[in-house]
Design a protein around this ligand. Structure first.
Ligand SMILES: *Cc1c(COP(=O)(O)O)cnc(C)c1O
Length: 391
């Protein structure tokens, strides 16, 4: 690979390998298999003496371009792309788990991430300890005994609590654990967990990497050693591979990700400031606002306050649903990171599997909504929200 270039350059040129036709855009290698010149070549590839492609479940040139581009962006030694974000989180965790291991995780997690820990891993005798991710003393206590894996999202879904990546990674390493960070909410543009001490980063590429709501995808970024000995063998034999076509869509998404995230953050910041003073809204959550309890940490470990914000409507579920149903421009969807502004009611959708007590602990009230700020004119978003609040 080239010497380190700027991230915007990597987003556009990273990993490109042109065919004999010299095409400008990345070629789509829509093939499941590859052929060998001679029987000996096939044997060599299966014995790792020849590095060519064999089968798209193991690797594919278009998927490889996506992996190389993400590696350049994150400063990672290795990567495996996956068919969805959950496949990425699942592979990143499962490829290193054995019965009897111990996992410490932040309790505020995307529903499916939490399910992998509390419903799947516990079946195999893995101990799961969930802590308040904001509380360094809680991490310290949980990591005072030997631990194998630490997992968290920051900002967390859906209430945008932050975890101090540097401090928790240090404690995790002292306890013997590897640190896996789900960096979806921050995007690669706003936060680089590997540089802050994490060992493995997982993304749902479905979100800001595609950025236009077209396809599912995911990726795990890690060291060469972890890739070779744990992640890639697990991926290769369990098969959550990314389609070459989707890899191409994601490559096109990466070309504009920097511009999009910049606009998302600028609009989210303006919107958050505006909503803070608005009647009918109880409280606004945005890590880029001075009012966010972890504002200092946000400015220290992130390059922007997130593309998402949350707010609590004055009243309960009924008033909140009335507000949602009165929106005309903003769409109700559980997706995020789209060009279109999307609003979610986590208590009844993404986090509906949690018990009422668990939701209360996480401050996911019936009056809480999560907003993924899109690329529209922010004045139109403000107008839509103000009109729906008045309704
Ligand atoms: C969406 C999301 C995922 C899952 O990604 P998919 O592409 O939908 O499988 C995982 N973690 C977080 C934080 C997410 O927001």
């Amino acid at each position: 690979m080239n010497k380190r270039r700027g991230p915007r350059t990597e987003l556009i040129h990273g990993g490109i390998e042109r065919s004999q036709f010299g095409e400008t855009a990345e070629p789509i290698h829509m093939t499941s298999g590859f052929i060998y010149e001679r029987a000996e070549q096939a044997e060599d590839r299966f014995k790792d003496r020849d590095q060519g492609f064999m089968y798209s479940r193991y690797g594919n040139p278009t998927v490889r371009t996506f992996e190389e581009r993400m590696m350049a962006l994150e400063g990672a030694e290795a990567a495996c792309a996956t068919g969805s974000g959950m496949a990425a989180v699942h592979a990143a965790i499962m490829c290193q788990m054995r019965s009897g291991m111990r996992v410490v995780a932040a309790r505020l997690l995307f529903g499916s991430c939490r399910y992998i820990l509390t419903d799947i891993l516990t079946r195999f005798g893995v101990e799961i300890v969930l802590v308040d991710g904001r509380d360094l003393a809680a991490w310290k206590e949980a990591l005072s005994v030997p631990t194998d894996l630490v997992f968290f999202e920051t900002p967390g879904n859906p209430t945008l609590e932050l975890v101090d990546i540097e401090a928790v990674s240090r404690m995790a390493h002292d306890a013997g654990a590897k640190v896996v960070v789900d960096n979806v909410f921050a995007t690669p543009m706003l936060q680089r967990p590997l540089a802050l001490g994490a060992d493995i980063v997982a993304y749902s590429a479905t979100k800001h990497i595609d950025g236009q709501g077209r396809c599912l995808g995911g990726i795990v970024l890690c060291s060469k050693d972890f890739h070779e000995n744990q992640l890639h063998p697990y991926m290769k034999h369990t098969g959550p591979s990314l389609s070459p076509f989707n890899a191409w869509v994601l490559l096109k998404g990466l070309e504009t990700m920097d511009l999009r995230v910049e606009r998302h953050v600028a609009s989210a910041t303006r919107l958050a400031r505006h909503l803070e003073g608005l009647g009918g809204i109880e409280r606004v959550i945005y890590p880029g606002l001075e009012s966010h309890p972890q504002y200092e940490l946000a400015t220290r470990q992130m390059d922007g306050g997130s593309t998402l914000l949350g707010f609590y409507i004055e009243g309960g579920k009924e008033r909140t649903f009335r507000f949602m149903n009165a929106l005309e421009l903003i769409l109700i969807s559980n997706n995020l990171g789209d060009a279109k502004t999307l609003l979610t009611h986590p208590a009844t959708t993404t986090h509906s599997k949690l018990s009422e007590a668990e939701r209360a602990e996480l401050d996911i009230g019936d009056n809480y909504v999560r907003l993924s700020v899109g690329l529209e004119n922010v004045e139109d978003l403000i107008e839509d929200i103000e009109r729906a609040i008045a309704a």
